[in-house]
Design a protein around this ligand. Structure first.
Ligand SMILES: *[C@@H]1O[C@H](CO)[C@@H](O)[C@H](O)[C@H]1NC(C)=O
Ligand SMILES: *[C@@H]1O[C@H](CO)[C@@H](O)[C@H](O)[C@H]1NC(C)=O
Ligand SMILES: *[C@@H]1O[C@H](CO)[C@@H](O)[C@H](O)[C@H]1NC(C)=O
Ligand SMILES: *[C@@H]1O[C@H](CO)[C@@H](O)[C@H](O)[C@H]1NC(C)=O
Ligand SMILES: *[C@@H]1O[C@H](CO)[C@@H](O)[C@H](O)[C@H]1NC(C)=O
Length: 495
């Protein structure tokens, strides 16, 4: 019975695509995700930073003032793809280590799979970090027509090696671009290539999760020299990395212009989490940074710009969350998002400047013990409740001039469980904090005792979300992943 109903519809759709060609209303979409990029690391907020290309797009579009992501990158990436909170997908911490036999769950299609059905050509380049233990986990099996980049969470910007394995692919093929060339140049070349070779009768989607500005802190000296006023070497190099990334953005917009695609392109730019204080990212005056649940770890540098926006040139203060990008982008592309996801389609709000459709969200729910990242927090209206361990960098850090005054210089992602137990104990042992973010966006005044009723209400709400959580898939490392089994490259084929 169903067959008879579905077949005629499919045939009609195919016919439409064949004869109709490109739907003029469908924009090209370029979704750029900067890695570990701080709130205070962009020219439109901090005049010391040189980011003319990012600033131009942002000023011509809409700067997003309350666009939230999760405190660690992989959950945000999963959210961008599926519109579902990773803690409901069994992926709270994501795939952090290269040897984990896990990847983003298969229970939800990825955004590019929907976009392909709408006629888009879909390309990904840069950092994947959603798992690669089998081919089904990798980008060209999850909706992307092409992929160019690396599967892991970070690597050297020249030798493209991490944890003893090489990591670079052109689609499925392991390759090694010239190791004397800094990676942003390599990606700029590829971006120019996919843009110029794009079949202009189809809409174009580029998912571009930058390697920049994640550690290792490396940049050609010409970029570092643009910040010779900064005495701290790490901050000087990091700032250079930011400008190299900005040049990459400039190369993408230039290529789109050269190919007559720019005017039809919608740009989305966001960081995946806050800047990482230990590696010179800066979120001042926001509190904390990457891995913490404070605003500095979770409030992204973000904007939307270009085709389809009706109100531009201002800062939008409505709430947006990482899970909203999937339905929002799908909607901008002319699609209809599924109803059973966490993400909210915010396209109309962003397009016209109307109030956000979102009034609450979960910052994170992660029961890992001992804690690795900020444990749990919820936002409802102006209030934010944090429960348990908030994460490793709880302070307010100004951009480094001479030195940085961090609570600890030790990288907490690289200490043993015993060391973490000794430091933080149980995830839930550090109590509660309540902030009114409207009056106190920098989280100075804990109201958890003076506004006990509000704290209780938010706590109950978070407990409801907690009930929907499914156990994280966070396996031990697998020796079978060893790159020596795969010609020295981190490769699928071990799960
Ligand atoms: C790649 O560069 C890193 C420095 O970031 C270095 O530690 C590593 O040994 C290099 N690996 C290879 C294979 O050259
Ligand atoms: C492209 O990037 C290069 C450096 O990689 C830079 O010199 C050049 O200015 C960029 N082009 C544009 C149009 O931004
Ligand atoms: C992680 O810890 C190991 C062992 O203590 C050390 O050799 C390595 O340099 C550390 N890596 C980072 C990125 O801190
Ligand atoms: C952006 O957010 C900050 C911090 O909450 C706030 O002080 C500022 O007024 C907001 N800007 C706009 C234009 O709403
Ligand atoms: C993971 O490793 C820990 C510590 O080495 C061990 O106790 C545990 O049994 C391992 N879990 C699995 C599923 O192998």
């Amino acid at each position: 019975m169903e067959m008879f109903l579905i077949l005629p519809v499919l045939c009609a759709l195919t016919l439409l695509l064949l004869i109709g060609g490109r739907d003029a209303k469908q924009p090209n979409i370029v979704f750029m995700v900067a890695d570990d990029y701080g709130w205070n690391d962009v020219g439109f907020r901090n005049p010391d930073m040189i980011t003319p290309n990012i600033d131009k797009l942002a000023y011509e579009g809409v700067i997003l003032n309350q666009s939230y992501v999760q405190p660690l990158c992989t959950p945000s990436r999963n959210a961008f793809m599926t519109g579902v909170y990773p803690f409901k997908a069994g992926l709270q911490h994501g795939v952090l280590f290269p040897q984990q036999a896990a990847c983003s769950p298969f229970n939800k299609p990825f955004l590019p799979q929907y976009l392909k059905k709408l006629g888009y050509e879909t390309h990904a380049m840069g950092k994947w970090h959603l798992g690669f233990c089998k081919w089904e986990c990798t980008p060209t099996y999850r909706g992307f027509d092409s992929f160019y980049g690396f599967y892991q969470g970070a690597e050297d910007y020249y030798n493209r090696t991490v944890d003893g394995g090489k990591d670079f692919r052109d689609n499925k093929q392991p390759i090694m671009p010239d190791t004397t060339i800094y990676s942003t140049y390599v990606y700029a070349d590829r971006a120019r290539k996919v843009i110029s070779q794009h079949d202009k009768s189809k809409p174009f989607y580029l998912y571009f999760p930058f390697q920049s500005v994640h550690q290792p802190i490396e940049v050609p000296v010409s970029y570092e020299n643009m910040y010779s006023n900064i005495k701290n070497e790490g901050r000087r190099k990091y700032s250079g990395m930011v400008t190299a990334m900005d040049d990459l953005v400039g190369n993408v917009t230039a290529a789109l212009k050269e190919n007559g695609m720019y005017d039809d392109t919608l740009f989305i730019f966001t960081s995946d989490n806050g800047g990482w204080p230990l590696y010179h990212g800066n979120n001042y005056p926001l509190r904390g940074g990457k891995v913490t649940i404070y605003e500095g770890g979770t409030r992204a540098t973000a904007f939307i710009s270009g085709k389809g926006l009706e109100k531009t040139g201002y800062t939008y203060n409505g709430m947006m969350h990482a899970v909203d990008w999937m339905p929002t982008i799908l909607s901008a592309a002319g699609g209809t998002p599924e109803k059973d996801i966490d993400g909210i389609d915010q396209w109309d709000s962003l397009r016209t400047g109307a109030p956000s459709k979102r009034t609450e969200f979960i910052y994170n729910l992660d029961d890992m013990n001992p804690p690795f990242e900020g444990h749990a927090a919820i936002r409802v209206g102006d209030y934010k409740l944090i429960e348990g361990y908030p994460g490793p960098y709880p302070g307010w850090y100004k951009p480094e001039t001479e030195t940085i005054n961090l609570e600890t210089k030790k990288d907490e992602t690289n200490i043993t469980d015993n060391e973490r137990y000794a430091k933080h104990g149980n995830v839930e042992s550090l109590g509660r904090e309540l902030y009114n973010l409207k009056d106190d966006p920098y989280e100075h005044n804990d109201l958890s005792l003076s506004h006990l009723d509000i704290a209780e209400e938010l706590s109950k709400k978070m407990a409801e979300y907690h009930k929907q959580m499914i156990p994280a898939n966070f396996p031990n490392n697998s020796a079978a992943a060893n790159p020596n089994n795969f010609d020295g490259y981190w490769s699928p084929g071990w799960c």
